[in-house]
Design a protein around this ligand. Structure first.
Ligand code: 8YV
Length: 330
């Protein structure tokens, strides 16, 4: 009898088939979003789970399923896992870094550009049939090239955005991070480390790429927005909850900053109603990693992790991208 695993969301059928070579798989082709009670029930008897960012795993879920050994998240972010609870119970967690870095950076840059150059707002105007003549200040925005790019969170994706800005658009790049990067990385990104306050004050375009945690909750709220230039833009491709969406909607409505581009939201897929009312925000439904090739690479890596962590395949016992490898030693 093969070990049982749960594939908690719908994914590429080929990836599910690959999992079936090693496991009894309960999949979710209807893509039902399980309630916590349903998730607990579905996990019964399963030693592993293939999850995405919407599948919340906490101590209650784990305690109801003490047989669970491995959680493979198809995402680089893993704030849907209570890591302390997983590690304390010896549950190995994996994520999908690297494979989505460049794709996500492309999107972050695109969203920043759409925001600065008012692409969505002007398209809506055209579609409404309001375009009747050219005028000199029609949808004037702000330049990207030679402007100051401020990056909050300088991990792999932040660095990839910095490289695009510095080398492609000759931007001045400032960053703030929990820790300062190695000088060789700073040099390759042409990026200068500054304090958070200086970053907020000097950025023409602020891009948020930091991970979400209790500590980063509302890292950008009313006080931080108040430091920004009235001409500045803010782009968030990290996680909902890092920005205080209500405070941002107010700042946008009062034109205290020029515009925002948001791919992630507090409580998504619900979007703060005030954000839907302001014109100077570009809103996208958490699609920064959404290219066919990258989503497939993420699914493949999550499957590789699940297979290897449960002791199968060519890398048996050596999952490629563990989050808490310390549980493998115990
Ligand atoms: C995913 C993401 O689309 O990888 C991440 O952390 O935010 C996105 O790439 C999403 O989380 C699905 O799991």
């Amino acid at each position: 009898m093969k070990p049982q695993v749960l594939v908690a969301r719908n994914v590429f059928p080929e990836v599910v088939e690959r999992l079936r070579e090693h496991f009894e798989v309960e999949d979710n082709p209807g893509d039902r979003i399980y309630t916590k009670a349903e998730l607990i029930e579905r996990l019964k008897g399963k030693v592993g789970a293939f999850t995405t960012g919407s599948v919340m795993i906490d101590a209650e879920v784990l305690d109801a399923n003490p047989q669970l050994r491995v959680l493979a998240n198809m995402a680089v972010g893993y704030n849907n896992f209570d890591m302390a609870a997983c590690t304390a119970r010896g549950v190995l967690c994996t994520n999908t870094p690297d494979v989505l870095t460049e794709t996500t950076a492309d999107f972050g840059f695109a969203l920043m550009m759409a925001t600065a150059r008012r692409i969505a707002e002007s398209e809506h105007y055209l579609r409404r049939g309001e375009w009747s003549k050219w005028f000199y200040d029609m949808f004037v925005g702000s330049d990207i090239h030679h402007a100051t790019l401020g990056i909050l969170g300088m991990g792999r994706i932040g660095q990839a955005i910095a490289r695009r800005g510095a080398h492609g658009f000759e931007m001045r790049v400032l960053y703030h991070n929990r820790s300062r990067l190695d000088p060789s990385i700073e040099a390759s990104c042409k990026a200068t480390y500054v304090g958070k306050e200086q970053l907020l004050r000097e950025a023409d375009h602020l891009v948020i790429v930091m991970p979400y945690s209790k500590e980063s909750h509302h890292a950008v709220g009313a006080p931080e927005l108040a430091l920004m230039k009235p001409t500045a833009t803010l782009t968030n491709i990290a996680r909902g909850g890092i920005v205080d969406d209500a405070a941002l909607a107010k700042a946008l409505a009062e034109r205290r900053i020029a515009a925002a581009g948001l791919d992630v939201f507090e409580g998504e897929p619900t979007v703060h109603p005030d954000l839907l009312k302001v014109p100077n925000v570009v809103l996208t439904p958490h699609i920064a990693s959404a290219t066919v090739a990258t989503r497939r690479a993420m699914a493949d890596l999550a499957a590789d992790n699940l297979i290897a962590a449960l002791g199968f395949g060519p890398n048996a016992g050596k999952p490629p991208t563990p989050i808490n490898p310390e549980v493998m030693k115990s």
